[in-house]
Design a protein around this ligand. Sequence first.
Ligand code: SF4
Length: 712
Amino acid sequence: MVKPPVSTIGDMPISPHASAPVMSQVHVGAATHCPYCALQCGMYVANGEITPREDIPANSGGLCQKGWTAAELLESPERLTTPLLHGNPVSWDEALDYVAARIEAIRAEHGPDAVAVFGGGGLTNEKAYQLGKFARVALRTSQIDYNGRFCMSSAAAAVIRAFGMDRGLPFPITDIARAGAILFAGGNVAETMPPFVRHLTAMRSRGGKLVVADPRVTQTAKMADLHLQLTPGTDLALALGLLHIAIADGYADLDYLAARTTGFEEVRTSVSVWWPERVERVTGVPVAHMREAVRILGEAERAMVLTGRGAEQHAKGTDTVTAFVNLALTLGLPGREGSGYGCVTGQGNGQGGREHGQKADQLPGYRKIDDPAAREHVAAVWGIDPADLPGPGRSAYELLDALGTPRGPRALLLFGSNPVVSAPRAGHVTSRLDALDLLVVSDFVLSETAAMADVVLPTTQWAEEAGTMTNLEGRVLLRRQAAAPPPGARSDLEILRGLAERLGCGEKFSADPRTVFDELRRASAGGLADYSGITYERIAAETGVFWPCPDNGGDPHPGTPRPFLDRFATPDGRARMVPVDHRLPAEDVDEEFPLYLTSGRVLAHYQSGAQTRRIRPLTQASSEVFVELHPHLAERLGVSSGDRVRVRSRRGAAEAVARVTASIRPDTVFMPFHWEGVNLLTNPALDPMSRMPEFKVCAAAVERCDDRERAA
Ligand code: SF4
């Protein structure tokens, strides 16, 4: 069972079954949120039991299997409760003294950029903020980035270019039910975040139509009225083709385009060469299906275009999302109630984690680190000279790739991430981690990455600490403490303070989440992601507050559920349409590697599986890495379901169990990324704007394991 709970927000006791704080009682259980995906389903946690909350619109009473079983994680026998130094248990003082001394020595020898920090999209806003501040103030390093770069950075780059601001869904999730049509490109919410499906089902039960673009017949595609089963890596061509048809068939909303956008004429000219038959040849999607998709979208009174990782995790991900945004703008959707474009964010705090400073080029409030006014504002909050703030650093893969090289960092502090499993070209990343002088990992179990570390710091988990998370709608939510941590575990905020003390600036780093959040509010004030008017009490009373929410003093700002209704966040208030063009995947198929390899998630697991692979019902549901093959391909290879096969790419090889299914294209194989395997093969080619690696397509070959062994 979970330890007796301490139900507080910061120091304030909270009623378990009411959304408002109660000052005078301590209750059992707490209203909090799931530790996993960006839907951030609301749940009550009491004595090891989880029940869903009805008051959070994202899930309103629903949870998926991962959420229902999340409390098991707190009791995992694999929990770490003692710091490890070179694999041996040591006291906290020994561990932190060692880390601080090694940091000092490495800095003295190689300079501040020799120490790097890597964060995660699952960290609370408070931790993400504190990590960015710790890197810049305590370490004075520019070398910080995080695994959210691997999640939705392409969508973020595209919508900042188009709308001037990046908020995943710029509307409440409940707007989905009001839409008459939705095009969803590259998202499989039926498996990745099942309670999302209820919004799509509500839309369809009112007569709305769902169009899904995906190379696989996923569970989400099975729900769709129309499935566009495109070739991996051709989402951009598909979007250009749909836009071409929308203009040619008279669905362009010319009044809206004139009033609310710039650049339409250039975009119209650029898509004129993407006539439907050409797009069919590139994507494999029949012209009739494309025309039907455009008709469904164009004739709906309210419609939405949504993208997920399938369209975004490419070396041309930013341009792909830009093309889908151009389609939405041409149809006159963004900034209209009940319509719009949205990116369905994946990681638990994928939204908030990208707003407050753990990105290489960013300061809190979604400020740019090379903006003099931003530097001045944040430096004043941090009590330092703006000149002492480092500049931009390397993006996530570039940072991992540089570790241990003559010009790269010699030490890495890693929080909330498991790159040995989740980074592209993971075998190479592992060798870079191995080359470091110092690897420090904060984790609650010995993940694949933690197992390599010089120092492992055992940390608390989601239900054992308070903090805020920002869900895929941009709604800031409160995670309340629902259970006492095991003796020996410390929160990441405590760890950062402990290190800062040893580095001579402990007074600047609080370990109390509420204190850190109040500082974050001040640091974000006036920025794009302005949280200054949001308090723990308001979140509790209102079941979340949408940013931007400036501090208006005595007249509280209501928060901003739909930020683009009147104007976009660009200097002239208009959305910017940018012409983009299709290009081949960074690595196309050839004779040696004749198949497209794509990757994704399964229902039972989350991200690198460091959490969900330790929960019995989830491992029973899905226990090992597999590869999906079409029956025609399987027959050609002499492979049956259950056979062990070897999948190879130019970067390595991985074994997996074959699953023969007609739900995948004959030219494509699919592997989930929750286990070590597929990322040994993926291509780290980067998007030039977002620095997103090309996770979703590379060239591969498959063979039965025994064939290769016989040949050897
Ligand atoms: Fe909800 Fe996502 Fe948790 Fe499932 S994993 S319960 S969809 S937040």
